[in-house]
Design a protein around this ligand. Structure first.
Ligand code: CS2
Ligand code: MG
Length: 408
C-alpha cells in the first residue's frame, strides 16, 4: 500500500457457529480485498455480543479507515458512553483484533513482528489434568507430562460433592456450558479446603518438583479462606492459585497476601485495566489473566501488560476452550512478543473446531509456537462454519448446600 493511502472498511459480519460449542467471529473486509477476523465469543452470552456488533458497532465501522486502530478503539470506547462492560469490551476486542490482523497482512508480517518482534523461542503453556478423584487426576497429570507439558493445572472431584469446577467427562476437552438452561451445582467450601492440599501432596509425591503445578479455585473463597488454602499449599510450591476470590473488591487480595506466599493469578473475567489497576499497582497478584477477547483486544491488553511490567506482574492469559482459536492465535503472537510473559493457558479445541478455524500455531514439548504467515495466522472456513448452527448453552450456576446462590 502506498503511504497515506486509506484502507476503507466496506463490510463487517458477525459469524456465529457451533462446532461442538458456540463461537462468534467478526470478519472485517476492506476495499483492497484484505480481510481480518477477531473473536467475539462470550460464553453463555454470545448473542448479546452479536447484537452489540450488528445493531450498534458495525454501522459505525463501514467507511472508516481500517488502519486507524487506535482512533477506532477510542471511538468505540469513549463513544459508547456506557463503558467497560464485558459485552461491549468483547465486541470492541473483536474489532481491534480483526484490524490488527488486517494491518499485519497489509505489512506482510506475522502479528508478533508488528508488536515488536520475538522475545522468546516458544510460549510455555499449561494443560488441564482433571479427574473424579485424586488417583484419576494424578494419572491424568502423567498423561500431560507424557505429552511434554512443563506446567499442569490439576482439578479434581471433591469427596462429598456431586460436581465441582474443572472436572470434565472428556479428559482432553472441557466445556462447562453444558445445557440449554443453567444446570445447578452444589458447593461446600469446607469439603474443598480439606481436600485440595491432599491432591497436591499426591501430585508432588508421584512426580516430584520438576513440573509447574497450578490450581483454579474459580472465585469460590473468601479472602481468609483463600489465605488458608494458599498457606496449606505452600509445601507443594504451586506456580499459581487462580481466582481464589471474586475480585470486584480488589483490596481484598491484601488479606490473602498477608498470609501466604503462594503466587496468585486473577482476571479472566475482567474487561479492562480498571478491573485490575489496584491489584497490579499494589502487587496483590503475580499473574494477570485478562485476555485479548474479553479485555478490549490487543490495543488494551498492551496497556495492561505494560502497567503489569512496572509492578513485577506477568501475563497468564486465559485460554479455555470457549475462547476461539482466533483468540489463541492472537494470544500466542502477543505472548511471543510481550516482555513480562508468564504462561499461556492451553485448553485444546476439538478437531471439529480446529477444522472450522485453520491456524498455524503448533504445540510441541510444552510450548506453543506461532507460524510466520502475515496476520495472526488464524482463518475461518465460513462454508464449514455454516454447517454448525448456534445452539443456546449456559454456564452452570452454583448454590451452597442450603440453597444459597453462590459463585460458579
Ligand atoms: C476457567 C475457564 O480456564 C479457566 O481458568 O476459569 O474454564 C472458565 O470456567 C470458562 O472459560 C468459563 O466459560
Ligand atoms: Mg479460571
Amino acid at each position: 500500500m502506498a503511504a497515506g493511502e486509506t484502507l476503507k472498511i466496506v463490510a463487517a459480519e458477525a459469524i456465529v457457529c457451533s462446532p461442538g460449542r458456540n463461537f462468534v467471529t467478526l470478519k472485517i473486509s476492506t476495499d483492497q480485498g484484505l480481510t481480518g477476523i477477531g473473536d467475539a465469543t462470550l460464553n453463555g452470552r454470545e448473542k448479546a455480543v452479536v447484537s452489540c456488533l450488528e445493531d450498534h458497532l458495525i454501522p459505525c465501522l463501514i467507511g472508516r479507515d481500517a488502519q486507524q486502530i487506535e482512533d477506532l478503539w477510542q471511538y468505540f470506547y469513549r463513544g459508547a458512553y456506557w463503558r467497560r462492560g464485558s459485552i461491549g469490551m468483547t465486541a470492541l476486542a473483536a474489532i481491534d483484533v480483526a484490524l490488527w490482523d488486517i494491518k499485519a497482512k497489509a505489512a506482510g508480517m506475522p502479528l508478533y513482528q508488528l508488536l515488536g518482534g520475538r522475545s522468546r523461542d516458544g510460549v510455555m503453556v499449561y494443560g488441564h489434568a482433571n479427574g473424579a478423584d485424586i488417583a484419576e487426576t494424578v494419572d491424568e497429570a502423567g498423561r500431560y507430562i507424557d505429552m511434554g507439558y512443563k506446567a499442569i493445572r490439576a482439578q479434581s472431584g471433591v469427596p462429598g460433592l456431586d460436581s465441582t469446577y474443572g472436572v470434565s467427562g472428556d479428559k482432553l476437552f472441557y466445556e462447562p456450558a453444558d445445557a440449554g438452561l443453567p444446570t445447578e451445582n452444589r458447593w461446600s467450601t469446607e469439603k474443598y479446603l480439606v481436600f485440595v492440599p491432599q491432591l497436591f501432596d499426591a501430585l508432588r509425591e508421584q512426580y516430584g518438583d520438576e513440573h509447574h503445578l497450578l490450581h483454579d479455585a474459580h472465585h469460590r473463597l473468601t479472602p481468609i479462606e483463600a489465605a488458608r488454602l494458599g498457606k496449606s499449599l505452600e509445601p507443594f510450591r504451586l506456580f499459581w492459585l487462580e481466582d481464589a476470590v471474586t475480585a470486584e473488591l480488589q483490596e481484598s487480595f491484601r488479606l490473602i497476601r498477608q498470609h501466604t506466599v503462594t503466587p496468585l493469578a486473577v482476571g479472566e473475567v475482567f474487561a479492562s485495566i480498571h478491573d485490575c489497576q489496584q491489584l497490579i499497582t499494589e502487587q496483590l497478584i503475580d499473574y494477570i489473566r485478562t485476555t485479548i477477547v474479553h479485555g478490549g483486544g490487543i490495543s488494551h491488553l498492551r496497556r495492561i501488560a505494560h502497567l503489569a511490567e512496572l509492578y513485577h506482574v506477568r501475563t497468564g492469559f486465559h485460554g479455555a476452550t470457549d475462547l476461539s482459536p482466533v483468540t489463541l492465535g492472537a494470544a500466542v503472537h502477543f505472548d511471543t512478543w510481550v516482555p513480562n510473559f508468564g504462561i499461556q493457558e492451553y485448553m485444546r479445541h476439538t478437531p471439529e473446531t480446529d477444522e472450522v478455524f485453520p491456524h498455524d500455531y503448533e504445540f510441541s514439548d510444552g510450548y506453543l509456537r506461532t507460524g510466520d504467515k502475515p496476520g495472526h495466522g488464524v482463518e475461518i472456513d465460513e462454508k464449514l462454519a455454516g454447517k454448525y448452527p448456534y445452539k443456546r448453552a449456559y454456564l452452570p450456576v452454583n448454590r451452597l448446600a442450603d440453597g444459597t446462590m453462590f459463585n460458579w
